[in-house]
Design a protein around this ligand. Structure first.
Ligand SMILES: Nc1ncnc2c1ncn2[C@@H]1O[C@H](COP(=O)(O)OP(=O)(O)O)[C@@H](O)[C@H]1O
Ligand SMILES: [Mg+2]
Length: 227
């Protein structure tokens, strides 16, 4: 169980990075994790095949998943695996709809930019339509990605607008850190990176932990609310 789906209709907002970081934290904590790469560009499957030796044993990456195979892939993985994380391409296609239909939590990464916020609104509308169609509340959170210590005015304004609209925001954000892009270049996980590879790997590792904890706490709140 839980099925966590990374979705946005926009590319380049940090879906694949966030999916991989969450998977790495849960795997490092000893859980087995299935990471389903349902993006035809296969960023995560490429990472896994390119750097196979440094992929943690608890982490299985399933590539080549499309609209025909996604539901079975999620259901099979969820039966045997404590964490299933699904990465999608930036498009509101059938694969995304099917993945959302199976999600315990949809994470919608966005940078603090108006264009991202507009696209996040489209994903939220899609999730709400699916909730109605399946008569099941599908929970979601916006995740601010690639944030910097100094928030821009645009970023602050977007956060306030989301809050005013009652759109739930994950209490932890993904900071912009060299470590988060270096794992795609150097392979392995953010926990393998040293000061020689990137500056401040520790800060990125701590941020990854905070993000993963916030996701777990959100899933727990859901369980409590359902009980
Ligand atoms: N938190 C981050 N810190 C630094 N670089 C990031 C971060 N998140 C994403 N990136 C970089 O931004 C680009 C887009 O990220 P990606 O995760 O591929 O987005 P998406 O999957 O939404 O298309 C990539 O080059 C990635 O390395
Ligand atoms: Mg991606």
């Amino acid at each position: 169980m839980p099925v966590i789906v990374l979705c946005s209709t926009k590319g380049g907002v940090g879906k694949s990075t966030t999916a991989l970081v969450l998977a790495q934290v849960y795997a490092a904590a000893g859980s087995s994790v299935t990471l389903i790469d349902a993006d035809p560009n296969q960023p995560l499957a490429t990472w896994a095949s390119r750097f196979g030796d440094s992929v943690p044993k608890q982490l299985e990456v399933m590539g080549g998943i499309n609209e025909e195979s996604i539901v079975d892939a999620i259901d099979t993985a969820a039966e045997k695996c404590p964490f299933v994380i699904v990465d999608l391409e930036g498009s509101a296609n059938l694969t995304a709809s099917y993945a959302i239909s199976r999600a315990d939590l949809v994470l919608i990464p966005m940078r603090g930019k108006q264009l991202d916020a507009d696209q996040a609104g489209r994903v939220i509308a899609l999730i709400e339509r699916e909730s109605k169609a399946f008569r099941r509340k599908i929970d979601y959170r916006v995740v601010f990605s690639m944030t910097t210590a100094l928030q821009s005015r645009e970023q602050r304004h977007i956060r306030t607008t989301l809050e005013e609209k009652g759109i739930p925001i994950l209490p932890a954000s993904m900071m912009e850190r060299a470590a988060f892009s270096a794992m795609f270049q150097l392979g392995g996980t953010i926990f393998d990176l040293s000061e020689e590879d990137v500056s401040n790997p520790r800060t990125a590792q701590e941020n990854a932990q905070q993000l993963a904890t916030a996701v777990i706490e959100t899933l727990r709140e859901q369980e409590t609310a359902a009980a």
